[in-house]
Ligand binder design. Structure first.
Ligand code: SF4
Ligand code: SF4
Length: 361
């Protein structure tokens, strides 16, 4: 390869200059060839992967934006933007959001002028027209000309989701063909949906829930999910893991939980929700194979452990029961009861209540 490269440098240059250019070209080539490459930024050397066999290069640490938005912590815009910028300056180029999360504005503010970020979003739209609206809202809300990854947001949906939401899926495929979306994905908690996604040519990327004990997995256990994930990987699709910390349940086992998900060879990235600087610092250390400075984990553990509570009058519409992706809400005698052991603190149940009854407290 070296002589060939020498030949391609036609301008007369001294030997050292040629060597310097060749080294530069080789470094670029190596960085383009896929997994386990690294990008040096600031203090950290971030591990980069290719998303499946796609031409999308992402940091292994994916910044999940759900917790910073109105469904959870609702942090002020300047704090959210500062956190996103700090992540980016330390090599994190992959950000996950959703129409439902209400976090487009943070991402727009942080990255309006950056081309080198990969943003994944999702919509619960069921029809072609609704998905079309979601796409244009995302482009506008995120201030981008294309969306890198657009998922069918299908947390608790069943295998039939591909037929039931055929119009929405077709819309994503059409807009991928038009170039406004780069890839089509599905986000899910369910084993059968992951299995089915492996067989769908139109699906490029799968975003399943995978964590230490399989918390939140629907219609199967952790082993079933890992088997399904393997099938998706073998089909050449991209994969990144959702809820590695089980919605906060694994904070006490944070190191084990992150290690477990990071080490799954099928996973191109792991999405971790972060709200505070200390959390970002911990994950930057972990995803750079560095030991975490003493005291930093404890600061993360100090994060308030809020619970979903049901206040006031309930008209028993069952909307929250049906929305909950992990089956944590059951109707009690007069109002719903939340099983705090299985609640993933996603906040999905909050906005749908017609009585504004559900809160984190
Ligand atoms: S109870 Fe609400 S916050 Fe908890 S998992 Fe269900 S939808 Fe998410
Ligand atoms: S969505 Fe609100 S009103 Fe409906 S069952 Fe749940 S708590 Fe009650």
């Amino acid at each position: 390869m070296l002589p060939a490269l020498f030949l391609t440098i036609k301008t007369p240059l001294n030997y050292n200059k040629r060597i310097h250019i060749i080294q530069h070209i080789l470094t670029q080539k190596i960085c383009e060839t896929g997994k386990e490459n690294q990008t040096k930024r600031d203090d950290f050397t971030v591990k980069m992967n290719l998303m499946g066999k796609l031409d999308i290069r992402i940091s292994q640490l994916c910044f999940g934006t759900l917790p910073m938005g109105p469904l959870q912590a609702g942090i002020p815009m300047n704090e959210g933007v500062a956190l996103l910028r700090k992540a980016f300056e330390n090599g994190v180029n992959f950000y996950d959001t959703a129409e439902l999360y209400g976090t487009y504005s943070y991402l727009k503010e942080a990255f309006a002028k950056e081309n080198d970020v990969v943003i994944a979003t999702k919509s619960t739209a069921e029809t072609y027209a609704d998905m079309e609206k979601s796409i244009f809202d995302a482009l506008e809300g995120l201030g981008r000309e294309t969306i890198d990854i657009f998922h069918l947001h299908a947390a608790r949906a069943k295998r039939e989701v591909f037929i039931e939401r055929e119009g929405a899926l077709q819309c994503l495929v059409d807009y991928r063909d038009k170039g406004l979306i780069r890839t089509v994905g599905i986000s899910t908690h369910a084993v059968d949906v992951v299995e089915e996604a492996a067989t769908y040519e139109d699906i490029d990327i799968v975003f399943p829930i995978v964590n230490l004990d399989g918390l939140g997995i629907l219609r199967g256990n952790l082993q079933d999910m890992l088997k399904a994930v393997q099938t998706v990987h073998q089909a050449g699709k991209g994969l990144y893991a959702m809820k590695a910390l089980g919605g906060g349940h694994y904070l006490e086992r944070l190191l084990d939980a992150i290690e477990f998900t990071r080490n799954l060879r099928e996973m191109d990235a792991v999405s971790v929700g972060m709200v505070r600087k200390e959390e970002l610092d911990v994950h930057l250390h972990l995803f750079n194979d560095r030991s975490v400075p003493q005291g930093l984990i404890e600061k993360c553990l100090a994060r308030e452990k809020k619970k979903v509570v049901v206040l006031g009058y309930c008209r028993q519409c069952y909307r929250c029961v049906e929305t909950c992706p992990s089956g944590a809400i059951h109707m009690g005698e007069k109002k719903p009861e939340v099983d705090q052991e299985t609640c993933l603190r996603c906040g999905y149940c909050l906005p749908g209540c017609p009585e504004f009854n559900l809160r984190f407290a």
